[in-house]
Design a protein around this ligand. Structure first.
Ligand SMILES: Cc1ncc(COP(=O)(O)O)c(C=O)c1O
Length: 389
């Protein structure tokens, strides 16, 4: 008798961003020069003072299990950061948890909240992992469609139409992957009013908060009146400090919910890696000009690539407000986003992610990252022009 595995995992599709990178690698191995704009990993090295803090921690023997919620120095640094930058007060002992990645912070929070059959709202298009995470935990994903024609603006009536008695939580992401939108205070007020009226948790994924342009302001949902006790603020070191491989994230939440999330952490990973947490302290307490320098470079690339894409026939590319992705609408020979991504990698040798990977509303869009060198972007722009022009 064949022993089966879980149907709910079997039904998940593989990550499209990983599949695109695999195909790019395959072509590269055959000698084809592919520019990979499919992923979301900063091309910068982690700043040296952060690396040195980890090396020093290793040399001092910080190689054992530590407190499950994180080392006190890092929890204090996170609390100070939440207060200074986000105007949210969290208690370092009861309302902050250090996690082994932003991804895990989100998954564990959902695990602590969702009962089978609970509905979880998220904005469509959305980052590829939200829907699978909800499904893995027996929740029901409830996409709130945002329209590209409207620059993915959130309207209260659309949100209201997706709320049911089973609505238990919402995942919010600003600055947004893939659209590049930064939610305005008015849009955040729509969310805050709805969460308070209907009584649901909001998981606010703020991992791109520092990657923001044109003097826009990132507003943390938990800082809005009445939202501290309904919000889980999710963040991590990956994007701001070019630390994707370190796997370090954190969250702030009301003490009663933190207690529940901590139980999940204790049984799943015990704690985030100890010496990596020492690097986290250096990241948050050290000089911040490294972040500003990376953002200035992203800004330069953002402008270059937006202009280059808009010069192509059939392409409409809004200038992203935050994060490091472009999400243009492309009309080319009647192709949908999957066909477009295939055409771009096979004909133009530029790897991009089809909009369909992010939900139902981006099926005429593709996503390209500009977290890669200017030389790569110039090459990609030239190859796309040759293939499409
Ligand atoms: C919107 C969003 N949230 C969370 C993450 C997770 O980041 P990490 O697990 O590296 O902290 C990512 C990574 O791509 C992301 O794009």
């Amino acid at each position: 008798m064949a022993i089966r595995w879980a149907k709910k995992i079997d039904s998940l599709s593989e990550s499209m961003t990983v599949a695109v990178s695999d195909r790019a690698r395959e072509l590269q191995q055959r000698g084809v020069k592919v520019v990979n704009l499919g992923g979301g990993d900063p091309d910068f090295d982690t700043p040296p003072h952060i690396v040195e803090a980890a090396v020093s921690a290793l040399n001092q023997g910080l190689t054992h299990y530590v407190a499950s919620k994180g080392i006190p120095e890092l929890r204090k640094a996170i609390t100070a950061k939440f207060q200074r930058e986000n105007h949210v007060a969290y208690d370092p002992d009861t309302e902050v948890i250090v996690t082994a990645s932003g991804k895990l912070a989100l998954y564990m929070s959902l695990a602590a909240i969702i009962e089978p059959g609970d509905e979880v709202l998220y904005f469509d298009p959305a980052w590829v992992s939200y829907e699978p995470m909800i499904r893995m935990l027996d929740g029901i994903p409830a996409g709130v469609p945002l329209r590209p024609e409207d620059n993915f603006t959130l309207h209260g009536d659309v949100l209201k139409s997706r709320i049911t008695p089973r609505t238990k939580a919402m995942i919010l992401n600003s600055p947004n992957n893939p659209t590049g939108r930064v939610l305005t205070r008015d849009e955040l007020n729509v969310v805050a009013r709805s969460a308070q009226e209907h009584g649901y948790w909001v998981l606010s994924d703020e991992i791109y908060e520092h990657i923001i342009y044109d003097n826009r302001q990132h507003i943390s949902l938990a800082s809005l009146p009445g939202m501290h006790d309904l919000t889980v603020t999710l963040n991590g070191m990956s994007k701001a400090y070019a630390m994707t491989g370190w796997r370090l994230g954190y969250l702030g939440a009301p003490a009663s919910l933190c207690e529940q999330i901590l139980k999940v952490q204790q049984h799943v990973v015990t704690c985030a890696p100890s010496f990596v947490q020492a690097a986290g302290v250096a990241a948050l307490q050290g000089p911040q000009n490294c972040v500003a320098e990376m953002v200035a470079e992203y800004d330069r690339r953002r402008r270059f690539m937006t202009e280059a894409l808009n010069a192509l026939p059939g392409v409409h590319c809004p200038l992203p407000e935050g994060a490091f992705y472009l999400f243009p609408q492309v009309r080319h020979r009647g192709m949908d986003s999957n066909a477009l991504a295939k055409f771009m990698i096979e004909e133009a040798h530029v790897a991009v992610t089809p909009g369909a990977a992010f939900g139902k509303t981006g099926t005429q869009n593709i996503r390209l990252t500009f977290a890669t060198s200017m030389a790569n972007l110039r090459q990609a722009a030239g190859q796309l022009k040759a293939a499409m022009g």
